[in-house]
Write a protein that binds this ligand. Structure first.
Ligand code: ZN
Length: 153
Protein backbone atom coordinates (compact mmCIF):
# COMPACT_ATOMS: atom_id res chain seq x y z
CA UNK A 1 0.00 0.00 0.00
CA UNK A 2 1.33 3.41 -0.95
CA UNK A 3 1.10 6.17 1.58
CA UNK A 4 0.57 9.65 0.21
CA UNK A 5 2.16 12.71 1.72
CA UNK A 6 1.34 16.32 1.16
CA UNK A 7 4.41 18.28 0.17
CA UNK A 8 5.42 21.83 -0.43
CA UNK A 9 8.51 23.28 -2.04
CA UNK A 10 10.91 25.11 0.21
CA UNK A 11 14.52 26.21 -0.25
CA UNK A 12 16.87 25.34 2.60
CA UNK A 13 19.71 27.77 3.15
CA UNK A 14 22.47 26.31 5.26
CA UNK A 15 25.54 28.50 5.61
CA UNK A 16 28.39 26.78 7.40
CA UNK A 17 32.10 26.93 8.08
CA UNK A 18 34.42 24.01 8.38
CA UNK A 19 37.98 23.72 9.62
CA UNK A 20 40.35 23.30 6.68
CA UNK A 21 42.69 20.93 8.50
CA UNK A 22 46.37 20.66 7.58
CA UNK A 23 45.90 19.32 4.03
CA UNK A 24 43.42 21.90 2.78
CA UNK A 25 45.20 24.68 4.68
CA UNK A 26 48.46 24.02 2.84
CA UNK A 27 46.56 23.55 -0.41
CA UNK A 28 44.83 26.93 -0.20
CA UNK A 29 48.03 28.65 0.96
CA UNK A 30 49.73 27.21 -2.12
CA UNK A 31 47.18 28.88 -4.36
CA UNK A 32 48.37 32.25 -3.03
CA UNK A 33 51.83 31.36 -4.40
CA UNK A 34 50.46 30.01 -7.69
CA UNK A 35 51.24 26.45 -6.70
CA UNK A 36 48.93 23.47 -7.00
CA UNK A 37 49.69 20.95 -4.30
CA UNK A 38 48.79 17.31 -4.31
CA UNK A 39 49.61 14.54 -1.91
CA UNK A 40 51.08 11.16 -2.86
CA UNK A 41 49.93 7.88 -1.41
CA UNK A 42 52.82 5.81 0.03
CA UNK A 43 51.03 2.55 -0.87
CA UNK A 44 49.57 2.96 -4.38
CA UNK A 45 51.64 5.97 -5.48
CA UNK A 46 48.64 7.95 -6.67
CA UNK A 47 48.90 11.74 -6.53
CA UNK A 48 45.59 13.36 -5.63
CA UNK A 49 44.64 16.97 -6.06
CA UNK A 50 43.45 18.93 -4.18
CA UNK A 51 45.73 17.51 -1.51
CA UNK A 52 44.13 15.04 0.87
CA UNK A 53 45.20 13.70 4.22
CA UNK A 54 44.47 10.06 3.36
CA UNK A 55 44.11 7.93 0.26
CA UNK A 56 40.47 6.98 -0.35
CA UNK A 57 41.59 3.74 -2.04
CA UNK A 58 44.20 2.51 0.48
CA UNK A 59 43.13 4.49 3.54
CA UNK A 60 46.85 5.28 4.02
CA UNK A 61 48.01 8.62 5.41
CA UNK A 62 49.17 10.89 2.60
CA UNK A 63 51.85 13.17 3.97
CA UNK A 64 54.16 13.42 0.95
CA UNK A 65 53.50 16.75 -0.76
CA UNK A 66 53.93 17.05 -4.51
CA UNK A 67 53.67 20.26 -6.52
CA UNK A 68 51.67 19.13 -9.52
CA UNK A 69 51.67 20.34 -13.11
CA UNK A 70 49.63 23.40 -14.02
CA UNK A 71 48.56 21.77 -17.25
CA UNK A 72 46.31 18.86 -17.99
CA UNK A 73 43.45 17.73 -20.13
CA UNK A 74 39.70 18.01 -20.01
CA UNK A 75 37.97 14.77 -19.07
CA UNK A 76 34.41 16.11 -19.16
CA UNK A 77 32.81 19.53 -19.23
CA UNK A 78 29.50 21.34 -18.94
CA UNK A 79 28.30 24.82 -19.78
CA UNK A 80 26.14 26.49 -17.14
CA UNK A 81 23.76 29.03 -18.63
CA UNK A 82 21.46 29.73 -15.70
CA UNK A 83 22.28 31.15 -12.29
CA UNK A 84 22.16 28.83 -9.28
CA UNK A 85 22.95 29.07 -5.60
CA UNK A 86 26.64 28.55 -4.98
CA UNK A 87 27.71 29.18 -8.56
CA UNK A 88 31.39 30.21 -8.53
CA UNK A 89 30.85 32.99 -11.10
CA UNK A 90 27.95 34.48 -13.01
CA UNK A 91 26.75 32.29 -15.88
CA UNK A 92 27.33 31.56 -18.60
CA UNK A 93 30.48 29.64 -17.69
CA UNK A 94 32.12 26.33 -18.48
CA UNK A 95 33.13 23.96 -15.72
CA UNK A 96 35.27 20.92 -16.41
CA UNK A 97 36.77 17.88 -14.81
CA UNK A 98 40.48 18.32 -15.49
CA UNK A 99 43.14 15.64 -15.11
CA UNK A 100 46.32 17.52 -14.27
CA UNK A 101 49.45 15.86 -15.64
CA UNK A 102 50.86 13.29 -13.23
CA UNK A 103 47.77 13.10 -11.03
CA UNK A 104 45.33 10.23 -10.52
CA UNK A 105 42.06 12.07 -10.12
CA UNK A 106 39.98 14.72 -11.81
CA UNK A 107 39.90 18.27 -10.57
CA UNK A 108 36.72 20.33 -11.02
CA UNK A 109 37.34 23.91 -12.07
CA UNK A 110 36.36 26.60 -14.54
CA UNK A 111 37.49 26.84 -18.13
CA UNK A 112 37.95 30.41 -19.32
CA UNK A 113 39.91 32.71 -21.54
CA UNK A 114 37.53 31.92 -24.37
CA UNK A 115 35.80 34.28 -26.71
CA UNK A 116 32.59 34.70 -24.75
CA UNK A 117 30.81 36.22 -27.72
CA UNK A 118 31.30 33.18 -29.90
CA UNK A 119 29.90 30.14 -28.11
CA UNK A 120 30.51 27.76 -31.01
CA UNK A 121 34.15 28.77 -31.33
CA UNK A 122 34.56 28.35 -27.57
CA UNK A 123 33.01 24.88 -27.67
CA UNK A 124 35.42 23.87 -30.43
CA UNK A 125 38.29 24.49 -28.01
CA UNK A 126 36.64 22.77 -25.06
CA UNK A 127 36.48 19.08 -25.81
CA UNK A 128 37.31 15.88 -24.04
CA UNK A 129 41.09 15.63 -24.29
CA UNK A 130 41.66 19.37 -24.88
CA UNK A 131 44.85 20.58 -23.21
CA UNK A 132 44.43 23.38 -20.67
CA UNK A 133 46.71 25.39 -18.41
CA UNK A 134 46.16 27.31 -15.18
CA UNK A 135 45.54 31.05 -15.30
CA UNK A 136 45.93 32.87 -11.99
CA UNK A 137 43.99 35.79 -10.55
CA UNK A 138 45.96 38.99 -10.03
CA UNK A 139 44.93 39.22 -6.39
CA UNK A 140 45.22 36.07 -4.25
CA UNK A 141 43.08 35.41 -1.18
CA UNK A 142 43.75 31.76 -0.39
CA UNK A 143 40.52 30.90 -2.26
CA UNK A 144 39.69 28.41 -4.99
CA UNK A 145 39.33 31.27 -7.48
CA UNK A 146 42.93 32.38 -6.91
CA UNK A 147 43.27 29.84 -9.66
CA UNK A 148 41.09 31.95 -11.95
CA UNK A 149 40.40 29.25 -14.54
CA UNK A 150 42.04 26.84 -16.94
CA UNK A 151 42.57 28.09 -20.46
CA UNK A 152 42.89 25.94 -23.58
CA UNK A 153 46.47 25.84 -24.92
ZN1 ZN B 1 46.59 4.74 -2.13
Amino acid sequence: MTKHFSTMEHDVWLPYRFALGPAFYKWFEGLKEEKIWGTKCPKCGKVLVPARSFCPDCNADMDEWVEVAQEGEIVAWVQANRPFYGAPVEPPFIAALIRLDGTACNFLHLVGGLDGGDAEAAKAKVRRGSRVKAVWADEKKGHMLDLKYFQPV
